[in-house]
Write a protein that binds this ligand. Sequence first.
Ligand code: FES
Length: 167
Amino acid sequence: MDEKKPSRLYFIGKKEDLIQAKRTTVTLDGRDILIIYHQRTFYAMDLQCYHAGSTLETGDIEEINYKLCIVCPKHKYKISLAEGEGLYKAKNPTEAVPTPRWYSKGIKQRVHKVTEVDEDIFVTLSTCPGWIESDYYQTEKGRAELRKAQESEDGEEDVNADADEDV
Ligand code: FES
């Protein structure tokens, strides 16, 4: 992200329309954004999943470890809606009785700010400095990779599902 660019409010639409739609995708300043309305709250995040670029638009939403998360339809990675944190379940083999628990991978998906003004909804793109993994699919290189993958994967079954991991 360009840290020197001033933050700008992008008008997305009327609140009522976005509530009806529940999920809305827009491209703002060349960046693909998913806006989600869930449990009376709007969220905005990069549209393409940080893991391998699948669209998050149809992902289910689940509460995991007290956080609302979108579950990527492709390999089932969990991403918190509010922070873009990647969560995964794993057993710690050093425990006497290894028990599956949720762990954080840190911030993986860039999230953006949603503002409501007089029944209108606006998004301000994140200017959080540094690289966040979902940034990759907003670059030309990332987009080219997605196009290529889409062309070659049509009809192929995906076997790279999210499995439990060891810590
Ligand atoms: S592309 Fe989202 S989990 Fe792999």
